[in-house]
Design a binder for this molecule. Structure first.
Ligand SMILES: Nc1ncnc2c1ncn2[C@@H]1O[C@H](COP(=O)(O)OP(=O)(O)OP(=O)(O)O)[C@@H](O)[C@H]1O
Length: 317
């Protein structure tokens, strides 16, 4: 379990993380979302004890992680992908890490197999592709068989097979009862991997909830109804708490009623239906709506995530 309490990080005048409080529970994958510069990496680094908070505190498995007797068995972390320039082989890299942390050498072979690097374990890490480097990073994070796993943008630069592999790995780690906390810009990927979300914007908490509840908060959830008697149907459906809009003749967008309730109401009124489709906002739509005010780097007219990502590349590191 990760407990974050009133966590704050200031860099001079800049408040990177503003009094964040949330808990990440074991047994599920929790996604960590937020626009660029929202404070995700800074928060993850503070959880891992790599950055000192300005104030507030973090507990990993109920204790101060930095004082743990065997830190690698408490927490494993994969930070944002960086090229590793080393002449060592993957196996030697992991063996060195294991030796300094009192981890038996046989565990190195286990993690190498687990991440699918068996064929290339004796190759120089400096020549690894980004995907192979990510797998090595995951192997390092899992080396101590940690109860808590934190991964910052683990699917960055991975091909579809690598993305699927990460997704299944994270779910398997959570199913083993571990705490899995993962940041990603890929909303569709997060929707398929995480069941809970912590969403931040400008260093502040926007949501700490399930993926389903987060998506249900967004506008765009409703039922599309097509009927040759749309105007009469609209009168039948309208009541307090129900919204009916129409952009085209014969088509209604209804929110506040389920498809079943609409179908029953139409049948009772003797009105024909030619379509009844439940529409759910995607996680991406929900994210865009609910973090709209918290986007730090925005040009006028920019609304899409892809454009935000493009901007991210323009921001100096
Ligand atoms: N070492 C630092 N010195 C000064 N400012 C920093 C430092 N590290 C981060 N920041 C600032 O703190 C804010 C939060 O950054 P952080 O990298 O944690 O965000 P993020 O949510 O991980 O963003 P991204 O999704 O773009 O990686 C940003 O405005 C960033 O510019």
């Amino acid at each position: 379990m990760i407990e974050v309490e009133n966590l704050r990080k200031e860099y001079g005048d800049k408040v990177a993380v503003a009094d964040l409080t949330f808990t990440v529970e074991p047994g599920t994958v929790t996604g960590f979302l937020g626009p660029n510069g929202a404070g995700k990496s800074t928060t993850m680094r503070m959880i891992a004890g790599l950055d000192e908070p300005t104030s507030g505190r973090v507990r990993v498995n109920g204790a101060d992680y930095r004082r743990a007797a065997a830190p690698m068995s408490e927490l494993g972390i994969l930070l944002e992908a960086k090229a590793v320039h080393t002449g060592r082989s993957a196996r030697h890299h992991l063996l060195a890490l294991a030796a300094t942390n009192g981890i038996p050498a046989r565990r190195v072979d286990q993690v190498i197999e687990m991440v699918g690097l068996g064929q290339v374990a004796s190759r120089r890490v400096g020549g690894f592709s980004l995907g192979m480097g990510q797998r090595l990073g995951v192997a390092s994070a899992l080396l101590g068989d940690p109860r808590v796993v934190i991964l910052d943008e683990p699917v960055n630069g991975l091909d579809p097979e690598g993305v699927l592999w990460i997704r299944n790995l994270l779910k398997a780690l959570a199913a083993q009862g571990r705490t899995v906390f993962v940041s990603s810009h890929l909303m569709s990927e997060m929707a398929q991997t995480a069941s809970r979300l912590v969403v931040v914007g400008r260093g502040q908490l926007i949501a700490d909830t399930t993926v389903d509840e987060f998506v249900s908060r967004a506008a765009g959830n409703g039922v599309l109804v097509r009927s040759p008697e749309a105007a009469r149907l609209r009168d039948v459906l309208l009541r307090p708490g129900v919204t009916v809009t129409s952009d085209a003749e014969g088509v209604l967008e209804v929110s506040g009623l389920t498809a079943e309730e609409i179908g029953l109401a139409a049948w009772r009124a003797g009105l024909p239906l030619s379509e009844l489709t439940r529409r759910a906002a995607s996680l991406e739509e929900a994210f865009m709506q609910l973090t709209h005010d918290a986007v730090e780097y925005r040009d006028t007219g920019v609304t899409g995530l892809d454009q935000q990502d493009a901007q991210k590349q323009e921001i100096p590191a």
